[in-house]
Design a protein around this ligand. Sequence first.
Ligand code: ADP
Ligand code: GLC
Length: 475
Amino acid sequence: MIRVLSVASECVPLVKTGGLADVVGALPAALAAEGVEMRVLLPGYRPVLAALPKAEPVWQADDLFGGPVRLLQGATAGLSLFVLDAPHLYDRPGGPYLDEAGQDWPDNDMRFAALSWMAARIGVEGAGEWRPDLVHCHDWQAGLAPIYLKARGVDLPSVMTVHNMAFRGLIPPDRLAALALPGWAFQPDGMEFYGQISALKAGLVYGWKVTTVSPTYARELTGPDFGAGFDGVIRARGADVSGILNGIDEAMWNPATDPHISPYKAPRGKAKARAALIGEMGLPEGDGPLCVVVSRLSEQKGLDLLLEALPRLIARGGRLAMLGSGDPVLETAWRDAAEALPGVAVRIGYDEALSHRMIAGGDAILVPSRFEPCGLTQLYGLRYGTVPVVARTGGLADTVIDANPAALAAGVATGVQFAPVTAGALATALDRLCDLHADPATFQKIQRNGMRAPVGWGVSAAAYAALYREIARPR
Ligand code: ADP
Ligand code: GLC
C-alpha cells in the first residue's frame, strides 16, 4: 500500500473550472484499484467547506501568511480530503482564481504558496494518524511543495504533473521572504524564471518525477513552441519526464445511465437526444451534422478559428451549438455569430447539465485547440457516439484515430484530425466530416469504434501506480 497526498486547487465535485478538477477528482478511485491510498489536499474555499460540514480539525496554527489556519479532515463523494481552512486566504466570493469582476485575486501567490506549504507540512509531520509516502503536485498551485519539503530538510518523493504549461505561476522576487521560500532556490537552475519566481518551474526542477497528461504533449514540451519557456528545463529532466494520458470518469459519463439525459444506447438511441438538443437550442433542421462545442473560451482552444470556418459548415447543412465562457472578446464574437448565422446557437456560461445534453445530442464534437495537454471533451464524445473533430496536437492527437483512407479501410477510425491548426485546415476537416456524415454506414462505423475506444483510467492508473512505486520509499 502506497499513501499519496494529491495537492490541487480544484477537485470534482467540489470546485471546478476545467479538466484539472475532473482528473484530481477521478484519480483516488482509479488508483485505489492499484493499491494506492490517495487523499486530496484542497484550499478551504467556501463551497469546499460547505460540502464538508462534519470535517474535523487535525492541526491548527495562529498565523500562516497573515492569519490563523486549521487543517481539516473530511470525506465526501467517495473522496478522503484534507482542507486548508484559512479564512484570510479563501473565505471570499468569486472563483478559485478570480474575483467577481474576473480579475486574478491579488494575493494568489500567497493563497497557493500556503497550500503548497501545508502539503509539505503534512509530508513531513503527517496529519492526524496519516502520513503520505509521496506528494503528488498538480500544476503551479502546488509547484512550491517540493521546495518547502526540501527547506524542511526532508526530501520526500514527489511527482509534479503539468496539466497546462501556459500557467507559469509567476511571483515577484521580493515576495521570497513573505512566502517563507528559501533563498537557495532562487537561481536559474532552481525556481527563478527571467528574474521572477515561477511556482511551476519549482515543481519542474525539484519534483522527483515530472509527468504531463499525454505522451504527445510530453514530447511537444521539449520544444520552444509548446514549452512556454520551460523547454530547456524539460529537456534537462530527460527520462524523469513522462506523459500519462487522462481518462474519464466512466460512471459520470455513461450514455446508458446519464441522469442528465434520457439514457440511450448510441448510435441508434442517439436520435432522441439529438432531437431534444435541436429543440432546446432552437436550431433549424438540416441535412448536415449537428456539431457541438463545450469549452473554456480562451486563446488555447482555437475557437476564433472555428468562427472563421463556420459559414462553410452551415452552407453544407451543418449546425453548431456552442457552450462556453471566458474571454469577454470571444464571448461577444460568439454571440454575434449566433445572431448572424442561422444554424448557430450559443450559450454563454458554465452549465454541467447542459454540457451532458450537448455531448449526448451532437453528431460531432469540435476541439480545434492550438495546444491541448490532454483534453477531456473529445473523450466524452467518443463514449457518447459523438464523433470528435480535433486539432492534431497534444492529447487530441493521442486519443482520436483520423478517418484517413487507411484507417477507414482497416475499420479503426474514430474521428477527424487536422493540421496545421488554421481556419483553412479546420474548414477542410469540417468538409470531411460532412462527407463522412453523408454516408450513414461509414459514419455509424466511426461512432461505434469511438464508443468501444478505451477512455477510462485503467491503463493510466497503472502507469501512475508504477511511477509511485518506483520512487516511494519502502515502509
Ligand atoms: P481544460 O481543462 O483546458 O478546460 P478539458 O477538456 O481537459 O479542458 O476539460 C474541460 C472540462 O470542463 C470538461 O469536463 C468540460 O466538459 C468542462 N467544461 C468546459 N466548459 C464548460 C462549460 N461552459 N459548461 C460546462 N462544462 C464545461
Ligand atoms: C488542462 C488542459 C487539458 C487537460 C486538463 C486535465 O486544463 O488544458 O488539456 O485535459 O488540464 O489534465
